[in-house]
Design a protein around this ligand. Structure first.
Ligand SMILES: Nc1nc2c(c(=O)[nH]1)N[C@H]1C(S)=C(S)[C@@H](COP(=O)(O)O)O[C@H]1N2
Ligand SMILES: [Mo]
Length: 213
C-alpha cells in the first residue's frame, strides 16, 4: 500500500470515529423522552392492515415533482448510491418511544443532490406502496438524520417495519416516516397526507406534543 493510500485510509477511519463520537446516545434520561411518551424496548408495528410485498425486481423509487432531474431508481440503482447510517430515537404519536434505532440506507440529502429541487419546491409528499402518504416541509427533510432506510440494526428492513425501504425523520413523530415508500414528490404547496387529512398535526414535533391538529 502506498503511503498516500495509507494516509487516506487512516483519515477515513478517523472521520468515522468522529462521526461515532458526535452521536453520544448512552443513557435514558428525561431530557431524551419527549413529553407524554413512554419508553419501550419492543418495536410495535403500525400500518393500515396491509404489508405489501414488493419483490426487489419490481421495486422502484420515484423522485418527481418540482425537480431539475426526476428519476425512477431501481433497487440496484438505489443501493448503488452512497450509503448512510444513523442512530436515532423513534417517537410514535400513540405514546411509545424507542431509543437507539440504527437505520441504514441513503441520506435524504443524497437524493436531494441527485434530483436538484427547483427553488420553488418547499414540501415533500411521500407515498407508500400500501397507499399511505405523508407530507413534510423540505427544510425538515434536509437534516442529516433523515434517511430512506433499507436496514435496521444492520439487517435488511423487515417488511412489517416498512421494507424494502421507508422514510425516517427522527425529529418528527413516526407517522411522518412512510413505510414501503414508493415515491417522493417535491411540491410548492403543502398537501396533507393520509393522517394529516384525518386530524393529525401537520407539523408533528414530539417535543411540542404536536399530536393532533
Ligand atoms: N406506508 C405506511 N407508512 C407508515 C404507516 C402506515 O400505515 N403505512 N404508519 C405510520 C405510523 S402511524 C407509525 S407510528 C410508523 C410505525 O412504524 P413501525 O410500524 O415500524 O413501528 O409508521 C408510519 N408509516
Ligand atoms: Mo403512529
Amino acid at each position: 500500500m502506498s503511503k498516500e493510500r495509507y494516509i487516506e485510509a487512516k483519515q477515513r477511519w478517523a472521520e468515522k470515529q468522529v462521526t461515532k463520537g458526535v452521536r453520544p446516545r448512552a443513557v435514558a434520561s428525561r431530557d431524551r423522552l419527549p413529553p407524554g411518551q413512554k419508553l419501550t424496548t419492543g418495536f410495535p408495528v403500525l400500518d393500515l392492515g396491509v404489508q405489501p410485498e414488493i419483490p426487489p425486481g419490481e421495486w422502484t423509487l420515484t423522485l418527481d415533482g418540482l425537480v431539475e432531474n426526476p428519476v425512477r431508481l431501481s433497487w440496484a440503482e438505489f443501493n448503488a448510491l452512497p450509503p448512510a447510517e444513523d442512530v436515532s430515537d423513534f417517537h410514535c404519536v400513540t405514546t411509545w418511544s424507542k431509543y437507539d434505532c440504527r437505520w441504514g440506507g441513503v441520506a435524504f440529502t443524497t437524493l436531494y443532490a441527485l434530483v436538484r429541487p427547483k427553488p420553488v419546491a418547499r414540501f415533500v409528499y411521500f407515498t407508500g406502496y400500501d397507499g399511505y402518504s405523508t407530507n413534510v416541509p423540505l427544510a425538515a427533510c434536509l437534516d442529516d438524520d433523515v434517511l430512506i432506510a433499507t436496514s435496521f440494526d444492520g439487517k435488511p428492513l423487515p417488511r412489517e417495519h416498512g421494507g424494502p425501504a421507508r422514510g425516517i425523520i427522527p425529529k418528527l413523530y413516526a407517522w411522518k416516516g412512510a413505510k414501503f415508500v414508493r415515491s417522493l414528490t417535491f411540491l410548492a404547496d403543502d398537501k396533507p397526507g393520509f393522517w394529516e387529512v384525518r386530524g393529525y398535526s401537520n407539523t408533528a414535533d414530539p417535543w411540542k406534543e404536536e399530536r393532533y391538529a
